[in-house]
Ligand binder design. Structure first.
Ligand code: SF4
Length: 486
């Protein structure tokens, strides 16, 4: 049965890959030639998600920069390469780029589908490795599967690793950032000038046909729950002239730009970058905005860049809790920014909040509703001036403790309590006109928590979950007490 089902999917896979590939613009095409050593780079999630990921683009480009090596891509759920449809098990070296802990399960699934032995001790080939923020955060879960893991930033690390793999394999174990058994974990930090950017343009991504460019790495702030801030230290801004050079290199090919960074408004040359793009008539957008960095000039430029909606992370409803989590954002600053949004007629806003944060009280949950009600009131007061009423999206996510952050020691909130908080928020927020609520599935958050906290003991159960297709709900409920105590 299983193989029949797979055989039917196979034809669709080939067609899908060809359709998607035909629409790609590769900014760095590598010429195929005989005797190139092949490496497979896998993003264990859909093409749409993988190709939205700058880390994946960067590693793909960096491997292809090695003269005698060619890199192919792989995406979930297909156990064949995207470029030549070569089955995974025919590669000598497979590198997984993993951004989300939840994708650990997809790694297991893809290896099983490919007929590759899961456990490194029993496997002869291929050599399996992985990198990406999820691996940096937790290299323990899949340590029995991956031969080695790459910890930290990959720009140089990947080149050293691949080169040595094909020339002097023993040397890979001594490279800084390569983690194997009984070795101390050392996070590799990249200090060079390379700027991560889209290397293949495609419409099949979250940021369809956008040229994404990372203008800064790390964050100058230090919210206690934030994996991004604590795992990409120190905060670094990319050189302004190098950024412009990249835009100029692809002059004519770039239609829209996405400026990426944890705090893009902190970049000292942010205004200059925007002015350059406006002058060149290139639309641009930014990842989420820090409300306390917003001013008239920021909004004027972003509007000229044709931004019509913005994402802002308030995280906690009350100022008290924001202080506790080290999110330095006062109510006063929030409402000052809201006034500016109204003045500039920015109607569509997405707000991020977390629930279940350490130190949270019921009052803090109620304050999420209150703050949105107050913001809405400000918009309603200015209805005539605004002419239209925009839409608010409220995204609510449970707090999940992340390794290497000050909040890693805390547990996830109890399942029942999270359920109560979420139904309260949904009920109350939905009463506010033009407000949409997006809530993360609590069972998914629980799995994420397990994958974030576990040190490898759960691997047999994760494999069983994948093999027997055990539902998330059933899986979480069999371990709920353990996860709540992690
Ligand atoms: S949550 Fe945002 S502002 Fe806070 S440390 Fe992380 S990236 Fe920086």
């Amino acid at each position: 049965m299983e193989s029949n089902r797979y055989a039917i999917n196979w034809r669709t896979i080939i067609q899908n890959i060809d359709i998607i590939k035909a629409k790609e613009i590769n900014l760095y095409p590598k010429k195929w030639r005989k005797n190139l050593k092949k490496v497979l780079l896998v993003f264990p999630n859909r093409y749409y998600i993988g190709m939205s990921n700058l880390g994946f683009h960067t590693i793909f480009k960096k491997i292809n920069e090695i003269d005698d090596v060619i890199c192919e891509r792989g995406f979930y759920p297909y156990p064949v390469s995207f470029e030549t449809k070569t089955p995974f098990n025919e590669f000598e070296l497979i590198i997984f780029s993993i951004s989300f802990e939840i994708d650990f399960l997809n790694v297991i699934d893809m290896l099983i589908k490919s007929g590759i032995e899961l456990f490194k001790k029993k496997r002869k080939k291929p050599f399996l490795t992985a990198g990406g923020i999820a691996i940096t955060l937790n290299p323990f879960i899949l340590k029995e599967i991956f031969d080695v893991q790459l910890i930290g930033e990959g720009e140089e690390l990947i080149i050293e690793f691949v080169k040595n793999f094909f020339t002097d394999k023993e040397k890979i174990y001594s490279i800084e950032g390569v983690f194997s058994e009984n070795k101390e974990i050392k996070r590799r930090i990249y200090t060079g000038n390379y700027i991560a950017h889209s290397t293949i343009l495609t419409e099949n991504t979250e940021f369809s046909n956008y040229f994404l460019i990372e203008i800064s790495r790390g964050c100058p702030y230090s919210c206690y729950f934030c994996a991004g801030s604590h795992n990409y230290r120190p905060y670094r801004e990319k050189d302004y002239n190098e950024i412009l050079k990249l835009f100029e290199n692809f002059n004519g090919k770039i239609k829209k730009v996405g400026l990426i960074g944890s705090s893009v408004l902190s970049h000292k040359k942010f205004f200059d970058i925007c002015n350059y793009l406006i002058e060149k008539n290139i639309d641009f957008s930014v990842s989420s905005l820090r409300l306390d960095k917003i001013n008239d000039e920021v909004l004027r430029l972003l509007k000229l860049g044709k931004n019509s909606s913005f994402t802002v992370a308030i995280e906690a409803g009350s100022e008290r809790l924001r202080k506790l989590i080290n999110k330095k954002l006062s109510d006063e600053k929030i409402f000052y920014a809201i006034d500016l949004f109204i003045k500039h007629k920015i109607l569509n806003l997405k707000f991020y909040f977390m629930i279940g944060l350490p130190g949270e009280k019921w009052d803090d949950v109620e304050k999420i509703v209150e703050i949105i009600e107050k913001i809405k009131k400000e918009y309603l007061k200015n209805k005539k001036y605004l002419k239209h009423l925009g839409a608010f999206t409220i995204s609510v996510n449970p707090f999940i403790p992340k390794r290497n952050t000050p909040f890693f020691k805390y547990p996830i909130d109890k399942f029942d309590i999270l359920t109560t908080k979420i139904s309260f928020l949904k009920k109350r927020l939905k009463k506010i006109p033009n407000v949409k609520v997006q809530v993360e599935d609590i069972t998914k958050s629980y799995i994420q928590c397990l994958l974030s906290k576990d040190d490898g003991k759960f691997l047999p159960f994760l494999i069983e979950k994948v093999k027997k297709r055990i539902s998330d709900k059933k899986f979480v409920f069999s371990f709920i007490d353990k996860i709540e105590k992690m």
